[in-house]
Design a protein around this ligand. Structure first.
Ligand code: FAD
Length: 285
């Protein structure tokens, strides 16, 4: 299908983009890589009057480091994040999750910022962002910026803390240097969306788990962090038996969907199995 008619602006700075959003209010919609927005427009599920394309804003693109954080510009395509040694060294969990997203074409166009703001609960970057304790930098009218913890970023289905007239500009990830990481994604055929996914980062010390971070994909209306499991893992040996016991309750309190790929109970079972696998793989066991 063909989208409804819209006006198009392509600002070259964050300030100009925010000004365009302020000028056009409810009529405006931000375009990043278009991998979610364009299908939505083509199906006419949304018909914005003005598209604000972020593609020419150089300051929104690239990976850098700032002390003990890796900083990813919101408009950095998946493929650049995947190729980044900074990310694979200090935030390996994100690299591993991104490697499972769709196919090379979509990873070439789609951006990490776009995926986070789109906030599809079956998307693969929310769970690692939560698990790694990412900080999301949001720019608003009048040059204001605020930083939102990943724990507070995902509010509901396709809804985040980024408000009308605001832009996500940066993803700041605390370095997890030397941590093991694994993203376990369950799909029926390759390149599919996660039926369930589990993101695990683990720091081991002499064969036991010293610290653990676990995020869940598609186990509710938002990505979830499994804090009780993280705590239960600390001090355990990185063995199948010990990890199995620590993750047994990972699905407690979750509210996964039921659909053609599986019902909620099946997803709860999957979450338990996949968490054990992800944690053991992250621990190198
Ligand atoms: C065939 C197919 C398969 C896919 N498979 C997967 C998969 O396996 N796993 C997975 O995780 N994803 C998958 N995706 C989805 C894709 O990864 C993301 O949805 C997509 O990359 C979103 O990023 P984008 O840059 O394309 O954002 P866009 O589509 O341009 O925008 C998405 C939304 O975010 C808003 N937005 C974007 N950037 C910003 C910003 N900086 N500030 C404020 N608002 C912003 C837009 O207004 C829009 O509402 C798939 C998509 C397709 C088409």
């Amino acid at each position: 299908m063909i989208p409804a008619e819209f006006d198009y602006v392509a600002p070259e700075s964050v300030a100009d983009a925010v000004a365009a959003l302020a000028e056009h209010g409810d009529e405006a919609k931000v375009l990043a890589g278009g991998q979610s927005l364009l299908p939505i427009l083509r199906m006419r599920l949304n018909a914005p009057g003005v598209i604000v394309d972020l593609g020419r804003i150089a300051e929104l693109r690239g990976v850098s480091e700032d002390g003990d954080h890796v900083v990813i510009g919101a408009m950095t395509p998946y493929s650049e994040v995947l190729a980044s040694e900074l990310v694979s060294t200090h935030a390996a969990l994100l690299s591993k999750a991104i490697a499972t997203v769709a196919d090379p074409q979509i990873r070439h166009r789609g951006t990490v910022g776009g995926a986070l703001v789109h906030a599809d609960p079956a998307g693969d970057v929310g769970a690692p962002a939560l698990a790694l304790g990412a900080q999301l930098v949001v720019a608003g009218a009048g040059g204001t910026t605020r930083t939102v913890a990943a724990d507070d970023f995902f509010e509901d289905l396709f809804t985040t803390a980024v408000g009308d007239g605001e832009l996500l500009t940066q993803i700041r990830i605390p370095k997890h240097t030397g941590w093991g990481a694994h993203y376990e994604k369950f799909v029926r055929v390759s390149h599919q969306w996660s039926i369930v996914g589990v993101a695990a980062a683990v720091r081991t010390d002499g064969g036991s788990i010293a610290e653990a971070r676990v995020g869940l994909t598609n186990m509710g209306s938002t990505p979830l962090r499994a804090k009780a499991v993280e705590e239960a893992l600390v001090g355990r040996q990185a063995t199948d038996e010990a990890v199995r016991a620590a993750v047994a309750s990972v699905a407690e309190g979750t509210n996964p969907p039921s659909d053609l790929n599986g019902d909620a109970d099946y997803r709860r079972h999957l979450a338990t199995v996949l968490t054990r696998r992800a944690v053991l793989a992250a621990a190198g066991a």
